[in-house]
Design a protein around this ligand. Structure first.
Ligand SMILES: Nc1ncnc2c1ncn2[C@@H]1O[C@H](COP(=O)(O)OP(=O)(O)OP(=O)(O)O)[C@@H](O)[C@H]1O
Ligand SMILES: [Mg+2]
Length: 572
């Protein structure tokens, strides 16, 4: 007897629901998306017992006509697309017509909605997708969705929800994520009666800074910089941190594609590679990046929760992204004075958010010394500053009004040499022939990749030859690299190619070789310099970009304010 059975629609729906609706947080995400799609300017999220008892989402959007309310909970019921081709122009969050039906299949759901064309609201109640009640109700234009008895028919899922405090954190994060992209909306989160989050509308993206600092890390105060860039393919704007604030993972980078919060590896890798020579130990900066592209160049329909995206022309987009971010970084905005206007905007917003929070923030996170001392200054030319002398034959001391500046002579020269080499159009990397060619073993996939890129390796001074089915013979290497450095670089580049694509791997490969050459060719620590040599070094430093860090990401300068020095002597 045959074993195959066709699942009933009810069971199939419950299984499908599992893909989108796995927790209270995912329900709230879907319902906020619906409210935003309905052009709401006010969204209230009300949780009883962190959402375990009841979730209510109330908006003042366009609402639904009575006939729409009666079909919005059917599977594949949507007002957002009519055919698949509409996906190439879609700007709404929803398009599958699945969320309401998926949520309804695992709880008791009540929807009350009124559109502008109706004198009254319609209220419908469903239990596990079954309509149990319909009535008229009073409410202003907009929609309210109440969720109760969550996961009553999927007890296993209910069990996973019991840690409601971590779920609450997720819910708060989701609301904050929406409030960054759709910042013209007023969001409130109530826990029972208590107002837990009150995110007021913000008019311009440039005023988002305090909210981002609040979401990401308080240490970002004075270290977060706005930028925007328009190319023929995309528009990019957002805030990125100075290299002095970083994390070992990418969790401090919030990326959005067409206003949708997406952890996009293309965006994150591009940011990382643009910062490559400004940070040590492959760390990540923090920030929020909004990327806008014509919908036809992306595919959003690849993940049940629409949390991933596929780009067409990935390589071209990534190259442009890296260039855009690098050009922002080349201005080293963190070494300029913070202009007065942005300071006052910051202040006003802090007051708007909450006076208590403002005091707390100032108390907990006073602006620290070191690099911030330099932040407060206008970017000046180092060669115009008073040169005091060299200490330990390693550091140069300069004085500018109220600030003492220390410069690491080796790091400074390394950056100068790195930029000079990088500027050369056709970089000629001198190579040396190994007396005894080295054999390295690689996987079959790595060997194929290497064969594909062998010409590029040779442009950077490597002469490589396949040796059997899984080995490579290294015949020549760049003159400045040791045998083991060269071997590691080849292996690392091949392994990078598994996680990153070629544009990013090539840049980090090239950066590594050039920074090693730059390092070997630079003035060493412990080397005495004549004043004339110092002056020349400083004017070369003034002439290049990215002058605040050596190509390995170590800082070139360190500033100490006169106030700090006075404090050392109890002079305040
Ligand atoms: N808050 C709301 N205000 C107005 N209309 C709504 C609201 N929520 C849902 N709707 C209507 O109900 C329809 C179904 O919603 P649902 O979330 O199931 O699907 P969707 O948003 O179209 O697509 P997706 O499943 O991708 O979210 C929507 O297309 C919309 O017309
Ligand atoms: Mg939806």
């Amino acid at each position: 007897m045959g074993k195959i059975k066709i699942l009933t629609e009810k069971v199939a729906n419950q299984i499908a629901a599992g893909e989108t609706i796995e927790s209270t947080a995912s329900i709230i995400k879907e319902l906020i998306e619906n409210s935003i799609d309905a052009k709401a300017s006010q969204i209230d999220i009300i949780l009883e017992q962190n959402g375990l008892n009841k979730i209510t989402i109330k908006d003042n959007g366009i609402g639904m006509d009575p006939e729409d309310i009666h079909c919005c909970f059917f599977r594949h019921a949507t007002s957002k697309i009519e055919s698949l081709s509409d996906l190439s122009t879609i700007t709404s969050y929803g398009f599958r017509g699945e969320a309401i039906s998926a949520i309804a299949s695992v709880c008791k759901m009540t929807i009350t909605s009124r559109s502008a064309s109706s004198q009254f609201a319609i209220k419908i109640s469903l239990m596990g997708e079954k309509l149990i009640n319909t009535s008229r109700a009073g409410r202003s234009i907009g929609t309210t969705v109440d969720i109760e008895s969550l996961f009553f028919n999927t007890p296993v899922r209910l069990k996973f929800l019991k840690d409601s405090s971590s779920e609450l954190k997720k819910i708060e994060d989701i609301i904050k994520q929406f409030s960054l992209a759709n910042h013209n909306i007023h969001y409130r989160l109530f826990l029972n009666e208590y107002l837990k989050l009150n995110l007021i509308p913000i008019k311009s993206i440039k005023e988002l800074q305090p909210r981002i600092i609040d979401c990401l890390n308080k240490d970002l105060t004075n270290h977060l910089f706005y930028f925007e860039k328009k190319t023929s393919n995309f528009l990019l704007n957002g805030f990125l941190s100075s290299p002095y604030i970083s994390r070992k993972d990418s969790l401090g980078l919030l990326t959005y594609v067409n206003n949708r919060f997406i952890k996009s590896s293309i965006l994150i890798q591009s940011i990382k590679i643009a910062y490559d020579t400004l940070m040590q130990n492959s760390r990540y900066p923090l920030g929020v990046l909004f990327f806008y592209i014509q919908p036809e160049y992306i595919d959003i329909n690849i993940h049940p929760q629409k949390a991933q995206i596929k780009f067409l022309h990935t390589d071209d987009i990534q190259k442009d992204l890296i260039l855009s971010i690098k050009s922002f970084l080349s201005n080293t905005p963190w070494s300029y004075n913070l202009n007065k206007e942005s300071n006052s905007t910051l202040k006003n917003n802090l007051i708007n958010i909450s006076p208590v929070l403002k005091n707390k923030r100032e108390r907990l996170f006073p602006i620290t010394e070191s690099h911030n001392a330099l932040l407060k200054q206008e970017k000046e030319k180092y060669c115009d500053l008073k040169f005091i002398g060299q200490i330990f034959n390693t550091f140069l001391i300069l004085e500018k009004s109220h600030t003492l500046i220390l410069i690491d002579q080796h790091a400074a020269h390394e950056r100068i040499n790195f930029e000079r080499l990088n500027m050369q159009k056709n970089k000629i990397i001198p190579s040396r022939r190994l007396l005894f060619p080295q054999i390295i073993t690689v996987s079959r996939v790595d060997l194929l990749t290497l064969l594909e890129k062998i010409k590029i390796f040779s442009e950077y001074g490597f002469e490589l030859e396949p040796f059997g089915a899984s080995q490579v013979c290294i015949k020549s290497i760049p003159i400045e690299l040791s045998d083991s450095q060269a071997k590691t670089l080849i292996l690392n580049t091949l392994s990078d190619l598994h996680t990153e694509n070629w544009p990013t791997s090539l840049i980090s490969f090239s950066n590594k070789i050039i920074s090693t050459i730059a390092c070997h060719a630079s003035i060493k620590a412990g080397q005495h310099l004549k004043t004339i040599e110092v002056k020349s070094l400083l004017s070369q430093l003034d002439a290049i970009n990215y002058s605040t860090h050596c190509p390995h990401g170590r800082p070139v300068t360190y500033a100490i304010s006169s106030q700090t020095i006075a404090k050392w002597f109890s002079r305040t």
